[in-house]
Design a protein around this ligand. Structure first.
Ligand SMILES: C[S@@+](CC[C@H](N)C(=O)[O-])C[C@H]1O[C@@H](n2cnc3c(N)ncnc32)[C@H](O)[C@@H]1O
Length: 391
């Protein structure tokens, strides 16, 4: 059976998996006996999952699992619960048959099934960068092989990159439709997402870009510049400096700050507003500014538990940031960046500069009300933008 499980695991990791059927129940007939199991790929909120359907004599159950859990379930049930298994991949059909528990015969035959067009279509639609197609920057950054296979350990990173690109794709209508696009990525780090942005705008949308990645860590900036050189990329550069003291002053169409630590997000948001960026995408990281300030008798039941206090502080920080951005002339939404299963840092602030950017007095009132309720005295973003009013 090891051969069968290895083939199953490989097909899931390499994306050649089409479906799996387990049949021929072992043991006496009862109402609780599993008659048959099938596994097929599905998309759940943008994530690749595998739906396990179990048929019992009078009911059916469905579960959406990740690849490792599929292999684990099959290793538990095959032979002891169901005697036959048929794995269909794009390369071959593989059958395992067990007459006695612990005794299996595995046979391999040419592929008899094709990828259902609906799944292929969905995958294409979901992923702006598709698996199986070579992508030089992802190869250079160690996410995929030269022939386009995403390395198993980098599946989450690959999904995160595609998810981020979907958000950028959604805001493209709010950027100038002609001429070079100016983009700044604050706290770019190793710049998987900055290079992805460059790929989306230049390769997929054929736009001329001037992308600047800023990070205070000179070591990562050296690596990013090296990657640019190796890939001979045009229109992207990196500079080692602090977010709150950038040496450039430029018109920015799109400002990005993804997981910049703590109040570095506020520095980035403030800088983006001063530059009047058309669109700001910011995924906050850890938030430490408000937790020590929270002081409110009415909230004692929340603040007496450290973990709840942290979460309340984090939520309040992002709610206040969104409101301050609204106040500064942006239509702002707080949305889920990536499934919480993959990272707790899963929020994205999406701010689009309003054409009619008159300050909204109601937001100012709400900001003050929430600060009073929580006992907040200092809010960095509000302080940084104290003198800023929409033009
Ligand atoms: C967690 S990494 C995120 C990297 C990348 N944006 C991503 O999401 O994959 C945060 C980066 O922000 C940089 N950073 C934090 N505070 C900064 C500041 N005040 N000025 C410049 N860079 C900063 C760090 O050096 C680090 O590389």
């Amino acid at each position: 059976m090891d051969n069968f499980l290895t083939a199953l695991s490989t097909s899931l990791a390499e994306g050649t998996f089409i479906s799996l059927t387990l049949s021929k129940p072992r043991g006496p007939h009862t109402d609780d006996r599993i008659k048959r199991e099938t596994v097929r790929p599905v998309e759940v909120r943008g994530q690749s999952r595998y739906q396990l359907t179990r048929q019992y004599p009078q009911r059916e159950t469905h579960e959406n699992l990740d690849a490792d859990e599929v292999v684990r379930r099959v290793s538990l049930g095959l032979g002891s619960v169901l005697k036959h298994a048929h794995l269909f991949t794009t390369d071959s059909d593989i059958a395992a048959r067990s007459n006695q528990p612990g005794d299996y015969r595995v046979s391999v035959s040419p592929p008899s099934k094709r990828v259902p067009s609906s799944v292929a279509h969905d995958r294409k639609k979901q992923h702006l960068i598709s698996e199986g197609r070579p992508c030089p920057f992802l190869h250079e950054l160690g996410v995929m092989s030269a022939d386009g296979r995403v390395h198993r350990a980098k599946q989450d990173k690959f999904r995160q990159i595609n998810r981020f690109l979907e958000f950028v794709e959604d805001v493209i209508p709010h950027l100038p439709s002609e001429g070079p696009l100016d983009v700044v990525d604050f706290g770019c780090g190793l710049s998987y997402l900055t290079f992805a942005l460059h790929h989306l705008l230049t390769v997929i949308h054929s736009r001329e870009v001037r992308i600047l990645g800023i990070d205070q860590n000179a070591h990562v900036i050296d690596r990013c510049n090296q990657t640019c050189k190796t890939l001979k990329l045009q229109g992207i550069e990196f500079t080692a400096e602090a977010i709150d003291a950038p040496s450039t002053s430029r018109k920015v169409h799109l400002a990005v700050a993804l997981h910049a630590c703590d109040t570095a997000t506020d520095d980035a948001l403030a800088q983006a507003v001063r530059w009047q960026a058309d669109v700001i995408l910011a995924a906050p990281c850890c938030q430490h500014e408000l937790a020590p300030q929270l002081e409110s008798d009415a909230l004692t039941l929340l603040t007496r538990h450290g973990i709840l206090k942290e979460r309340l502080a984090a939520m309040s920080t992002d709610a206040l940031r969104a409101a301050v951005l609204e106040q500064a002339g942006y239509r702002t939404q707080v949305i889920e960046f990536i499934d919480t299963e993959h990272t707790p840092k899963n929020l994205l602030l999406r701010a689009i500069r309003r054409k009619d950017n008159t300050p909204n007095a109601q937001h100012m009132t709400h900001i003050e009300e929430l600060k009073t309720l929580l006992g907040i005295k200092h809010l960095r973003l509000a302080t940084l933008l104290g003198n800023h009013s929409p033009e």
